[in-house]
Design a protein around this ligand. Structure first.
Ligand code: FES
Length: 123
């Protein structure tokens, strides 16, 4: 692993941790048009997008071209790969290459389900 790749991973991890522990986000959850990346149960990043109706959509946030972590582009409402520029729709469909394989649709991570639908307290 190169120093540059290691530094990128450290910065990505810091960003992901902010997303998991961000007070602002955890208090209000995702709003329509917003997205975030969280670490799923399998330790892989999961991209979660909130559509206009408030429904969450989750995809594996790893580019299908060469396994680079994706970022969300709020301007175009798409997942974008910073490495070679592939773009994916929020449902995982390929919008532009070089990736040819869609993202895998996955379950909504538990931490986001809980912020949108708090469990009733016992008693
Ligand atoms: S790794 Fe994503 S486009 Fe190449």
């Amino acid at each position: 692993m190169t120093i540059w790749r290691l530094a990128t991973r450290v910065l990505d991890s810091a960003r992901l941790l902010r997303g998991l522990t961000g007070r602002h986000q955890s208090e209000r959850g995702l709003q329509p048009g917003e997205a975030t990346i969280v670490i799923g149960k399998n330790k892989k990043p999961v991209g979660v997008f909130c559509d206009a109706g408030g429904r969450l959509h989750a995809v594996t946030a790893i580019c299908t071209h060469l396994d680079w972590e994706l970022e969300f582009d709020p301007g175009s409402q798409a997942w974008a790969c910073p490495r070679h520029g592939a773009r994916f729709a929020t449902d995982g469909a390929v919008l532009s290459g070089p990736a040819r394989i869609p993202l895998t649709v996955t379950a909504i991570p538990e931490q986001l389900r809980e912020t949108r639908s708090p469990r009733p307290s016992a008693g």
